[in-house]
Design a protein around this ligand. Structure first.
Ligand code: DQA
Length: 144
């Protein structure tokens, strides 16, 4: 199974940004964590991070016909981006929304998620482990 792991703006600042919320591990640590569990689970992974909405849209479009699913942490674009929602709907790949923090317990403006409308599951508040839970869910769908 081939999965795209897509990370939105400011996730490259992990380890520096708001450590009380996002922890002290870096974005490189997150990439290593994803590569390690994908190796264990037999998943072929591509990991992309961008601070630019259009680049994230391009990455979703590029997954069409190439990947079997998408694990997406759209970061702040979660709460604003119809473009990411439309891109996910366009490619029709199974997608899981991931957030490191438990967005349901945070500010009102974080309660809206556009991408959620195109995702089969949301995993929030499990830190790095959320990415693994998301991938395991997509694997289980493939086996059905
Ligand atoms: C986040 C939550 C978002 O609200 C925030 O804008 C982020 C990170 C998370 O992983 O918890 O940048 O997606």
């Amino acid at each position: 199974m081939k999965l795209l792991f897509l990370n939105g703006p400011n996730l490259n600042m992990l380890g520096i940004r708001e450590p009380d919320i996002y922890g002290r591990q870096t974005y490189a640590d997150l990439e290593n964590y994803i590569r390690d569990f994908c190796g264990e689970l037999g998943i072929d992974c591509e990991i992309v991070q961008s601070n630019h909405e259009g680049t994230l849209v391009d990455a979703i479009q590029a997954a069409y016909g190439k990947m079997d699913g998408i694990v997406i942490n759209p970061a702040a674009y979660t709460h604003t981006s119809v473009a990411l929602l439309d891109a996910l709907k366009a490619v029709m790949l199974p997608a899981v929304e991931v957030h490191l923090s438990d967005v349901s317990k945070r500010e009102d403006f974080r309660q809206i998620s556009y991408v959620r409308l195109a995702c089969c599951r949301t995993v929030a508040g499990y830190g790095f482990e959320g990415y693994r839970l998301a991938a395991e869910h997509l694997l289980s769908l493939e086996k059905q």
